[in-house]
Design a protein around this ligand. Structure first.
Ligand code: FNR
Length: 193
């Protein structure tokens, strides 16, 4: 079975982020097929198009773009802020999308998970991010949808792993579906090449 390198991008900088814990738990559930690494976005300077013309890019931009470019797939796990994508994640999306014609998101298979203590499970942020992925030409896993509501610190044990229950079962399902999604995209591209 193929092992895919997955870049995890979390839309929260909070130390105890539930989204970060979900992303970690999910990768652990498919350890045999997904080789996950966290790509940090908190140090990316706010995107400014003037940077595109500079001979040297900000160091954090280069590090971030190289990490994403090396990945076989992207797992976004994000909170919703005011019914939308948190600014820090939108900034990372913009940084990766430029300079024009050099987007590192191009054609990367992805999955989007949003988690919230609220009932709607970050639906607004999830779909706003999907909208950006359409423009960026990223094939995003459609099902199962992942608007994880009622997620709190209590959903995790003291090691930050998901406790047994329906949420953990759903996240395990997502892990397997995401592996199969990335696998299908890469295999069909290889067959067409
Ligand atoms: C929130 N929160 C929130 N929740 C939600 O379901 N819909 C929303 O629109 C918002 N808006 C919002 C704005 C801001 C500025 C903050 C700080 C928070 C609550 C949010 O879901 C909660 O704090 C999560 O725990 C954040 O995710 P992490 O950081 O735990 O991953």
């Amino acid at each position: 079975m193929d092992n895919y390198r997955i870049a995890i991008v979390v839309g929260s900088l909070r130390e105890g982020s539930i989204n970060r814990k979900i992303a970690r738990s999910m990768c652990g559930m498919r350890g045999d097929g997904l080789e996950c690494s966290m790509v940090e976005i908190g140090d990316l300077p706010l995107y400014n198009q003037d940077y595109d013309a500079l001979p040297h890019q900000p160091e954090a931009y280069t590090r971030f773009r190289d990490q994403i470019a090396a990945a076989d797939g992207i797992l976004f796990c994000t909170p919703e802020y005011n019914r939308g994508v948190p600014g820090v994640l939108k900034n990372a999306i913009d940084v990766g999308s430029r300079p024009y014609g050099k987007s590192i998101w191009n054609k990367k298979p992805a999955a989007i998970i949003s988690a919230s203590p609220g009932a709607i499970g970050g639906f607004g942020a999830n779909h706003q991010l999907r909208q950006a992925c359409v423009f960026l030409d990223m094939p995003v896993m459609q099902q199962p949808e992942a608007y994880l509501g009622h997620v709190t610190d209590d959903s995790f044990d003291s090691d930050g792993c998901l406790k047994e229950g329906p949420l953990k079962d759903l996240v395990a399902k997502l892990a397997h579906a995401f592996h199969d999604w990335v696998d299908m995209i890469h295999r069909s591209r290889a067959a067409l090449a």
